[in-house]
Design a protein around this ligand. Structure first.
Ligand SMILES: Nc1nc2c(ncn2[C@@H]2O[C@H](COP(=O)(O)OP(=O)(O)OP(=O)(O)O)[C@@H](O)[C@H]2O)c(=O)[nH]1
Ligand SMILES: [Mg+2]
Length: 322
C-alpha cells in the first residue's frame, strides 16, 4: 500500500550528509520537515522514510521542571560531561505553546555556550506550532534525524508550562524531572501528576542549601519509594552518578523488553496523531472538500444541521471521493 519513492539527487545528497554526521544537513532536513509547504513536506516524507533504518540507537531523554529549575544549565553540564565521555549529544526543545520560533534559537544557544561551540553537539530550538501534527510531531521527527546522524544521546528540554510534559513522554524513553527545594514544587508536582510520569526525579541547586535539598528529596522519596538524587547543574555535583542511574535504567528496560514495547506504542500513537492531523488538513485545504465543508459549517453554525450527523455524512462523502 505504501510506495517507497526513490530519492532525487538533491535529497540523496541531503541523506548522505545526514548519515555522514553533517550538522548543516541535519539542520536542513529538520527545516524541511518543519515546513508547511507541501513540496517540503513531500521531500521530508521521502527522506524520513529513507532514514528510518538508521534510527533508534540513541538514548532519548526528556528533561522537565518548572521554569527556572535549571533545565538548560543541566543539559549544558551533562552534555559537556557526555562529550568528554565520547558521546555525541543532540539537544532539542519542545514548546507546545509557542507559535513563533527563531527568537529562541539565540536564547537556547546562549544558555548552552559550551555545548553550542562543540563539534560533537547539535542544538535545535522548538519548532513553531504550524507544523503538521503539531510541535511534538516535528520534535519527534527531529529526534530521528539526529539519530541517523549518529547522535547517541538526544535530550529534549520541555519549555513553557502545561502540555509539554505529556508531549515529551510520547517521544522520549525516559523523563527526568528537575525539582528545586524550598518552593513547594514537591506538592505541585504531585498535583500535576508529574511524579507519576517521571522516570527519574532529581533535586537541583543543592549547592545553594544542601539541607533543604536533602529534605525535599526525602519528602519525594517517601511518595515515590525511589531514591532521589540531589545535584547541582551549575556546580557540577552528582551529574556523573546521575548519568549512571540513567544508563542503568535504560539498560534494564532494554533487557526486559520495556524499551522496545514503549517505542512501538509511541510509533503507533504517532501514526494516529499524524493521520488525524492529516485528515483535518485535507478537509480544510482540499479544493474538492472545501465546498462541502463550508456548507456543513454554515449549516451547523445556523443550527440547521446537527454536528454529529453532519460529520458522519461529510466523512462518508469525503472517503468516497478518493
Ligand atoms: N545555584 C545554582 N543555580 C542554578 C543551578 N542550575 C541552574 N541555576 C540557575 O538557575 C537559573 C535558571 O536556570 P536555567 O537553566 O535557565 O533554567 P530552565 O529550567 O532552563 O529555565 P526555563 O528554560 O526558563 O524554564 C539560572 O540563573 C541558572 O544559573 C544550580 O545547580 N545551582
Ligand atoms: Mg531553559
Amino acid at each position: 500500500m505504501i510506495v517507497q519513492t526513490p530519492l532525487d539527487p538533491a535529497d540523496q545528497q541531503l541523506l548522505d550528509g545526514v548519515l555522514g554526521g553533517s550538522r548543516r544537513d541535519v539542520a536542513r532536513v529538520i527545516t524541511l520537515l518543519e515546513s508547511a509547504l507541501p513540496e517540503h513536506r513531500r521531500r521530508a516524507d521521502v527522506i524520513l522514510q529513507a532514514l528510518i533504518g538508521y534510527t533508534g540507537k540513541s538514548l532519548r531523554l526528556g528533561i522537565s521542571g518548572v521554569p527556572g529549575a535549571g533545565k538548560s544549565t543541566f543539559i549544558e553540564s551533562l552534555g559537556v560531561l557526555l562529550l568528554s565521555m565520547g558521546h555525541r549529544v543532540a539537544v532539542l526543545s519542545i514548546d507546545p505553546s509557542s507559535s513563533v520560533t527563531g527568537g529562541s534559537i539565540l536564547a537556547d544557544k546562549t544558555r548552552m555556550p559550551r555545548l553550542a561551540s562543540s563539534e560533537g553537539a547539535y542544538i535545535r530550538p522548538s519548532p513553531s506550532s504550524g507544523t503538521l501534527g503539531g510541535v511534538a510531531a516535528a520534535t519527534r521527527e527531529a529526534v530521528l534525524v539526529c539519530e541517523a546522524a549518529g547522535y547517541d544521546v538526544v535530550m529534549v528540554e520541555t519549555v513553557g508550562v502545561g502540555q509539554s510534559e505529556s508531549a515529551v513522554t510520547g517521544l522520549t524513553d525516559l523523563l527526568l524531572v528537575l525539582q528545586v527545594p524550598n518552593t513547594g514544587d514537591e506538592l505541585q508536582a504531585i498535583k500535576r501528576g508529574l511524579l507519576e510520569v517521571a522516570d527519574l526525579i532529581v533535586v537541583n541547586k543543592c549547592d545553594l542549601d544542601a539541607g533543604a535539598a536533602r529534605r525535599a528529596a526525602a519528602q519525594m522519596q517517601a511518595a515515590r519509594r525511589q531514591s532521589i538524587r540531589c545535584i547541582s547543574a551549575l556546580a557540577n555535583i552528582g551529574l556523573a552518578e546521575l548519568w549512571t542511574d540513567i544508563t542503568q535504567l535504560q539498560s534494564l528496560r532494554a533487557a526486559n523488553g520495556e524499551l522496545r514495547a514503549k517505542r512501538q506504542r509511541q510509533n503507533v500513537e504517532w501514526l494516529w496523531e499524524l493521520m488525524r492531523a492529516g485528515l483535518e488538513q485535507r478537509l480544510r485545504r482540499d479544493p474538492s472538500a472545501r465546498a462541502m465543508v463550508a456548507e456543513a459549517e454554515a449549516g451547523v453554525h445556523a443550527s440547521r444541521l446537527e454536528p454529529r450527523a453532519t460529520a458522519t455524512a461529510l466523512l462518508d462523502r469525503f472517503t468516497r471521493m478518493r
